[in-house]
Write a new protein. Structure first.
Length: 214
């Protein structure tokens, strides 16, 4: 797999809570030069990026990284990010409700954000490192029924990131219209290529672009 293919599947990411504008601008410049799928950035930078890089695909995060905000808060944040210029939304599910066995709540929340993101891309982060296999399977079903575009492994802020085993599990249990985003712990082009070859359509990574250009 060539580097251009890897880059075209990569969401070039910087989500550190102390990210400066200069760092974000560097990320955007690298994304333009390398033709990445998107930049994935904190919500506070979406509007500025949209104004300065109007042709760049902007992904941002909702309920990040813990997911236990109220649905109303996630709704407000999603609407504002779309208004500011985001075209892709990566939402974190309410893991507390997963642990309560309240999958109906989780599915309804995804559906609610799906209705707001009509015409945009919605990715659902389930944070696999905190889940049992049974919970992962149920969430594959929730994401599918709710009509999201992607299921995503991890925030990159949890105890662990993407694993090949989780990708194989997703492939068995998601619907045909749901794609997979692997994120968390993917640092090299070789790792990214491996996940793409496994069937992932997107890779969330902060250092793959740098590895390719090293």
């Amino acid at each position: 797999m060539d580097n251009n293919m890897i880059l075209s599947h990569t969401d070039h990411t910087l989500l550190k809570p102390f990210a400066t504008w200069e760092q974000i601008k560097k990320l955007c410049d690298e994304a333009v030069t390398n033709k990445t799928a998107s930049v994935c950035v904190p919500p506070c930078y979406v509007e500025r990026i949209h104004n300065e890089y109007p042709d760049l695909t902007i992904c941002t995060v909702i309920g990040f990284p813990l997911g236990y905000e109220t649905t109303e808060g996630k709704i407000a944040d999603t609407k504002e990010c779309i208004r500011c210029g985001a075209s892709e939304i990566d939402m974190v599910i309410n893991i507390c409700e997963v642990k309560n066995g309240n999958f109906a709540f989780v599915e309804d929340e995804i559906k609610t954000l799906r209705s707001i993101t009509e015409g945009k891309i919605l990715k659902v982060i389930i944070e696999t490192c905190y889940l049992t296999e049974e919970e992962k399977i149920k969430l594959c079903e929730c994401v599918t029924r709710a009509g999201a575009d992607y299921i995503k492994t991890s925030t990159g802020f949890g105890d662990a990131g993407a694993t090949p085993d989780d990708i194989e599990l997703f492939k068995k249990h998601i619907g045909s219209n749901v794609r997979i985003k692997a994120a968390g712990g993917i640092r090299t082009a070789k790792q990214a290529a491996g996940y793409i070859e496994m069937g992932c359509d997107r890779i969330g990574a902060s250092s793959v672009v740098g590895d390719i250009n090293a």
